[in-house]
Design a protein. Structure first.
Length: 76
């Protein structure tokens, strides 16, 4: 029976594998579940870094004279 979710194979250095194994054991979950959760967290951090970079760029070009007020935005 095919797997319900897509899978990937990853080769890890022994210290990384051991760290994930220890965390998984401590939390009472499988190694693959813990690896999945850590990947999700890493992707969230990566996305946050990209959005922070975009926000910093926009902040550098912000000009208060060109901004819209609440009334301008919410006109009927």
């Amino acid at each position: 029976m095919p797997a319900k979710n897509p899978r990937i194979n990853v080769v890890l250095e022994k210290p990384v594998y051991d760290a994930i194994r220890k965390i998984a054991k401590k939390e009472g979950v499988s190694i693959s579940l813990k690896a999945r959760d850590l990947l999700r967290e890493a992707l969230e951090i990566h996305e946050d870094n990209i959005l922070e970079s975009i926000a910093s760029e926009r902040e550098g070009t912000f000009n208060r004279r060109n901004t819209l007020t609440d009334d301008d935005v919410w006109k009927d």
